[in-house]
Ligand binder design. Sequence first.
Ligand code: DDQ
Ligand code: CA
Length: 276
Amino acid sequence: PHRTTKTSTPSLVLYFTLVAACSTNQQDGNPVAADASPVSYSVEVMAEYPHDPEAFTQGLLVEDGFFYESTGLYGQSSLRKVELSTGDVAKTYSLESNYFAEGLVKWNDTLIQLTWKSGVAFVYEETDSGFDRSDKVFQYDHEGWGITTDGKQWILSDGTSTLRFLELSDFSLISSVEVTLEGQALDQLNELEYIDGAVYANVWLTNQIVIIDPSSGIVTGLVTVDLESLLGSEVVSALGSDDVLNGIAYDSDQDRILITGKRWPKIFEVQFVAND
Ligand code: DDQ
Ligand code: CA
């Protein structure tokens, strides 16, 4: 009932929904209903690194000791490559002031950057000296918030409860799914990261990251980030109301997760620990 796919029949949809529920939502060995309460997680900080306190983080990914970041706001939007350990900016590309940059994904040496309301995604090649932006763009007819990939398709959020799965080659729609938390549609899905078969999504204006089963849209996990213990109360009280948790990146080589927020002075290497 949640997933809409061009090819699936309703019985297949039901089958996959049940399989997903049984494999991800087990308590005491007994399968529970599809929309049972998600597992709740807390954050354990393993390390912290510098983050530009003026970077309005809208997209984040990590690879080989560097993070790639897309920053938003009109007149301040950029694409950067930053050395994780030092915060040194290795490469940067500033966007024209009529674009508000959003989610970011990397595929081999190609980077794709969404824009909020312009309906275009920019395509860059990383070169020795910087980023080379292609004249070609991908176009879409909805807002652009987050983007990630499972290696087979792009996965996009647009601020609603819908996740879209798009063709890698041309951004055409393959399927979409409605994300639900305890049976209710969950919108404001923002920056995304695909980790081990699940889609992790920041929820805009909250200190929570939801873990979504992409086949059913069901939120199976809920990570609550305690800003005070992460940043300290002084930093937290100096943050503006837009300076929220946003940006999750997975380093598959080192099996580590990074999180940050808009205009946060730090980026954190974390583990998510299930609460009892
Ligand atoms: N979005 O990233 C959630 C899609 C949009 C964030 C918009 C934040 C607005 C900041 C204030 C802008 C003032 C012109
Ligand atoms: Ca990400």
